[in-house]
Design a binder for this molecule. Structure first.
Ligand code: SF4
Length: 484
């Protein structure tokens, strides 16, 4: 398993990436490539299920990176067939540092044949569903909330698997994008709010579904469209793409943080380049919170497009004042306490010649606990910078995400307990400014800003306004904003 690292503890972590292909020879090879392109969405483990008309269903689940597991010809030969789905995960629900039984896709055998599912998101009523299902005789194999979907499908009385999925997903609350397969069909579904992404692509005579468009590019697939919020597509060689709407229509609430941080910059979301959106966030940030300085410097790698936008708008030179050690991480020895204490220095190094004597604007995507920001500031000052100004490409992260993103408990979020000025003092920087929610909305293309009565995106981690009540967490004592 790739070692976790202190630097990564101070970021929100995307939960999963999902990918599926139908109608190509050796579909699992395509899925492995797609998962490799989605590796940023989950590095803990990955799995692939394939189906071949002769060999039936086969599966492989492994801890670690896709490239370390699903490049072995010996393994890939065990996953034959023209239909396959896959999943990369960083656990959100289920046990952390999980057992292999928690690694998706999950598989269920039904009277009409088998089905496998891979889920991106988080089911907010999973505890209640699990209790109910266990009371009624279901035997769970994993600690993952996603397994509820298989058990709900098993209890459905519908005569085919897509309709059983519809039944199951109508019982599920929260955020879900699902890629599933039967013996002959590839199925994709997004929850009614469309919180998590899912796109459709065309590859040769076949079709594919992916969390992001960057994974279509790697297999040479053509981007067709996004799966709409609340839409289910059932894809087969015989009938092509059929679309159904199993849920009551509701206003879309796509995760705005996908634009800021989770998605890869070379992906397209809502017809917009993620890179361009992030650059535009930097432009908005420079308009909202200008400061006199000599250098705009990104915190690599995710702060880079916003820093480019900030520099362009402000007219202050852009420079790579911090270099990221690309080879840090998996190849490094299991960190000892002494090595751990080196923390951020293991991954980032300051370009002393560039920052010395300069007033430096550091552009980062977010501040979560603030531990990394503090260390980076110290490194920049140690290298001789005259001033350090932080500009953050998202509003203060003051609330946890319950929709499939790993966030610390609320009290661990710096912005949950401190005002902007208190955070500035805590980080001991010359200035600290976050983009406003309206500024972020403008940057993602909502020119009129955020509609307070019906926000166009999910922004709960900034606003505390949860578009789906986090039922399980409320039962465990979580206090919603209005109840504070
Ligand atoms: S709470 Fe934040 S991270 Fe979670 S889905 Fe909403 S915008 Fe995305």
């Amino acid at each position: 398993m790739p070692p976790s690292h202190p630097f990564d503890d101070d970021k929100l972590r995307e939960e999963c990436g999902i990918f599926g292909v139908v109608g190509v020879t050796d579909a699992a090879n395509f899925v492995a490539l797609g998962l490799h392109a989605l590796q940023h969405r989950g590095q803990e483990a990955g799995g692939i299920v394939s189906h071949d008309p002769v060999e039936g269903f086969n599966s492989a689940r492994r801890f670690g990176y896709v490239r370390d597991n699903f490049t072995s010809q010996t393994l890939m030969k065990t996953l034959p067939g023209p239909l396959a789905i896959g999943h990369v995960r960083y656990s959100t629900a289920g046990s952390k540092g999980a057992a292999i039984r928690d690694v998706q896709p999950f598989f269920g055998e039904f009277s009409m044949g088998g089905a496998a599912i891979a889920h991106n998101g988080n089911i907010t009523n999973a505890d209640a569903l699990r209790r109910e299902l266990i009371e009624r005789g279901s035997i769970f194999q994993s600690s993952s909330d996603s397994e509820c979907i298989i058990h709900l499908m098993a209890r459905s009385l519908q005569q085919n698997i897509p309709e059983r999925m519809e039944d199951a997903l109508r019982r599920v609350e929260g955020a879900f994008s699902v890629v599933a397969m039967t013996r002959t069909k590839l199925i994709g579904v997004r929850d009614p709010l469309g919180v998590r992404p899912l796109v459709l692509g065309k590859v040769g005579d076949g079709w594919c579904l992916s969390s992001e468009t960057c994974a279509l590019d790697i297999i040479g697939a053509e981007y067709v469209r996004e799966i709409e919020p609340g839409e289910m597509v059932v894809i087969s060689a015989a009938k092509g793409v059929e679309s159904v709407r199993p849920f009551r229509p509701r206003p879309s609430k796509f995760c705005i943080f996908e634009h800021v941080y989770f998605s890869r910059p070379d992906s397209i979301i809502g017809g917009r380049s993620v890179y361009e959106t992030r650059r535009q966030i930097g432009v908005e940030l420079a308009k909202e919170s200008p400061v006199e300085a000599d250098l705009v410097c990104p915190v690599p790698d995710s702060g880079t497009p916003a820093a480019i936008g900030f520099a362009a708008e402000s007219g202050i030179p852009f420079g790579l004042g911090i270099t990221r050690n690309q080879y840090m991480g998996r190849t490094f020895i299991e960190p000892t306490e002494q090595i751990r204490n080196m923390g951020v220095r293991l991954k980032l190094n300051v370009n002393r010649a560039l920052v010395q004597g300069k007033r430096v604007i550091l552009v980062d995507d977010s501040v979560v606990r603030g531990t990394t920001s503090r260390k980076i500031k110290e490194m920049i000052l140690d290298a001789g910078a005259a001033e350090v100004h932080f500009r953050i490409a998202s509003p203060p992260t003051a609330w946890p995400c319950f929709y499939g993103v790993d966030t610390p408990q609320r009290e661990k979020l710096l912005a949950a307990t401190m005002s902007e000025e208190e955070m500035r003092e805590h980080l001991a920087v010359d200035s600290l400014k976050f983009i406003s929610l309206d500024g972020l909305y403008r940057a993602v293309g909502a020119t009129e800003g955020r509609k307070a009565d019906c926000p166009q995106y999910c922004d709960a981690c900034f606003s505390g306004e949860y578009p789906v009540a986090p039922t399980d967490m409320i039962a465990k004592g979580f206090q919603l904003k209005a109840a504070e």
